[in-house]
Design a protein around this ligand. Structure first.
Ligand SMILES: [Zn+2]
Length: 389
């Protein structure tokens, strides 16, 4: 199919990447950090406070891990909404496929970081009854779409370097890990992001081979956990370079997600990955914006033929240390209702659907086949080529 698209669009390495516009309003919701543990609820919170870490200064001090109830409540809200084809709204969840195996790493005297994959379960004293079933239920209902975030969120190399140096930073890590919290980013940006080490002596993106190993391991864990391979990926911290993109494409990933900024049109890169760019941040845990602001941003996207891609991190659905979930569900519910009322032609889609639309002119869901006319930025409608309606 991709050859077909390449031919159709005359895409190739010598041709500058050109973006795609869509004839119908497409709404995507992309959400990061699912499956990644943080502060271990009230017990972990008290333990960290007692160890001298003054938690409570930033929303991310209250980042825990979603519960089965959080996930079910999100699924129910999405399922109450319908687009013009009768399909419910869908949240793409970017999963972190492993957590630190705290007991094992401690037994090894922090010489090396041991990981526990989601398929093996949560580490140490972390408990989330029914959580994995709740993910699967939503995926089965078509309201969640799992995608790849990483194996870890932080840069393992950076953490191991700090542990070996054994100064304040290493000691902060040990304090956190005793309480079974991997890190709190804003307190320690030197922990970096999975593919990007922020500090000397090895600052910068990891070499190609190291990235490929991490991404292959993450994709394998993903496939084990979800019984399907990832189609879309988003690098932790959006820190990806061309080696990251190449490694994704080698693992069969077709769509690369990018953080919000200018609302760029979807486009292919040199590895034939379709790049999507987020256009609206809905992050009630950080700041509240009125509905009109979100609608204005969506209107702008649709007027330009660009999909509206919402970014909303998992923290916004957490509830055990603070109820982030309630305000977020209300904001999203309101936003989706307003879109449905204003855009009778609205389509709720996920990254895999957009890939199908771009390469085939249509996608399929449980409500049948849906055709969408796609244009290159330069102009020329191509719907006739697919015989689309
Ligand atoms: Zn993330």
């Amino acid at each position: 199919m991709l050859n077909f698209a390449r031919k159709l669009w005359n895409l190739g390495k010598d041709v500058p990447a050109q973006g795609f516009s869509f004839s119908r309003p497409l709404l995507l919701i992309q959400s990061d950090d699912w499956g990644r543990v943080g502060v271990r609820d009230r017990e972990g919170y008290e333990q960290l406070r007692a160890s001298g870490i003054p938690l409570g200064q930033n929303p991310y001090d209250l980042y825990t891990l979603e519960t089965a109830e959080d996930v079910a409540a999100l699924g129910e809200m999405l399922n109450r909404h319908r687009d013009s084809t009768g399909r419910p709204a869908c949240v793409l969840m970017n999963f972190v496929l492993a957590n630190i195996d705290f007991p094992k790493t401690r037994r090894n005297n922090y010489q090396q970081i041991h990981l526990r994959t989601l398929a093996e379960g949560l580490p140490g004293n972390w408990k989330r009854p029914g959580l994995f079933e709740a993910y699967r239920q939503g995926i089965g209902d078509g309201v969640f779409y799992p995608a790849l975030h990483g194996l870890t969120h932080f840069c393992k190399q950076a953490a191991e370097y700090q542990l070996a140096k054994n100064d304040e930073r290493g000691s902060l890590l040990r304090t956190l890990w005793k309480a079974e919290t991997p890190y709190i980013y804003w307190r320690m940006p030197w922990i970096g992001y999975e593919y990007c080490n922020p500090e000397p002596p090895k600052a910068g993106f990891l070499p190609a081979e190291a990235q490929q190993e991490l991404i292959a391991a993450a994709a394998e864990s993903f496939t084990k956990f979800f019984a399907r391979a990832p189609v879309s990926a988003c690098a932790p911290g959006y820190r990806a370079d061309r080696e990251t993109h190449l490694a994704w494409s080698k693992c069969g990933v077709r769509v690369a997600q990018n953080g919000s900024g200018s609302p760029l049109h979807p486009h292919f890169d040199e590895w034939e990955l379709l790049h999507l760019h987020r256009t609206i941040d809905i992050e009630p845990s950080q700041r509240d914006l009125p509905l009109e602001k979100y609608m204005q941003l969506a209107d702008d996207c649709f007027a330009r033929g660009v999909p509206t891609i919402v970014s909303v991190h998992a923290i916004n659905f957490h509830s055990t240390l603070k109820d982030f979930r309630g305000p977020t569900l209300r904001a999203l519910d309101e936003f989706l209702s307003a879109l449905e009322a204003k855009y009778p032609n609205l389509l709720y889609v996920h990254d895999g659907d957009v890939y199908d639309i771009v390469t085939r002119g249509k996608f399929e869901n449980s409500h049948g086949k849906v055709s969408v006319t796609v244009q290159q930025n330069a102009g020329k409608a191509r719907s006739a080529a697919w015989g689309a309606k």
